[in-house]
Design a protein around this ligand. Structure first.
Ligand SMILES: [Zn+2]
Length: 254
């Protein structure tokens, strides 16, 4: 009898200890879950960005799903016509001495380069972001909008010049690359707007410094890296400094 009571008491004691440990574990786990943020694709809502979050957030933990990361690297044509950059260049560039990236611009007083590629499509062709996710980081509906561009003087010094780009949209992609579309006819997006591959962001046009240059309407497309340096869109595949962090900072997750 005495022994049975002892065994029972010991068992109850162990059970209570186990219960306390389990409760503490669950409380801790709940706390961790509250700090968790998951960024993924919302397929039900037109493949838009979906952020799932805990209730109380003080430390930010972000999980990117493999599906989301996979989508980061799928760049496509701004015209949603399924062409790669190489194909776009072959199909839409008119003149290899004036329309390519890196060709000379400006005068001998201050020499600059063509910071993008010119894609000749009919005026008012709809344009879209280059990947399935993007954030509008700059936008202007001003036909004479100016963008700062570097040029080199004969003595080798660098000067910053304002170049009339006209109506402009700049979009940041998760990898940290930004695209700039200029000479637009119309813009349909706002600053900080989250866009996806199917968001019609604007229409190609003839605004900015090409208006009186005799050039036909076209899309001037630039790609810029984290340091705001342009690079040849043909070399997109060689771009090796992805920064998802930069994108996440811009997302402004609370
Ligand atoms: Zn151009």
């Amino acid at each position: 009898m005495k022994n049975t009571v002892k065994i029972h008491l010991t068992l109850y004691g162990l059970l209570i200890i186990l219960l306390i440990i389990t409760t503490a574990f669950i409380i801790d786990l709940n706390k961790k879950l509250d700090y968790l943020k998951i960024i993924t694709i919302d397929e039900k809502n037109g493949n838009s960005l979906k952020i799932m979050a805990g209730k109380k957030i003080s430390t930010r933990t972000i999980l990117l799903t493999p599906q989301m990361i996979d989508t980061f690297n799928k760049y496509k044509s701004p015209f949603n016509d399924n062409f790669t950059f190489d194909e776009l260049i072959k199909k839409y560039i008119n003149n290899k001495y004036t329309d390519h990236y890196g060709v000379k611009r400006g005068s001998a007083k201050c020499r600059r380069i063509h910071e993008g590629i010119d894609l000749f499509v009919p005026r008012k062709t709809p344009i879209y972001p280059l990947t399935d996710y993007g954030i509008v980081t700059e936008v202007s509906n001003n036909e004479k909008y100016l963008v700062k561009v570097e040029c080199k003087k004969p003595d080798g010094s660098i000067e910053i010049k304002n170049i009339e780009y006209g109506k402009t949209i700049r979009i940041l992609y998760p990898e940290g690359i930004e695209s700039i579309y200029t000479h637009l006819d119309s813009v349909f997006v706002e600053l900080n707007q989250v866009v996806n591959g199917n968001t019609k962001v604007g229409l190609t046009g003839l605004t900015g410094n090409i208006k009186n240059s005799g050039k036909a309407s076209h899309l001037h497309l630039e790609l810029r890296d984290l340091n705001n340096k342009s690079f040849d869109p043909r070399h997109k595949l060689r771009f090796n400094k992805p920064s998802i962090q930069y994108f996440l900072d811009k997302l402004d997750i609370e």
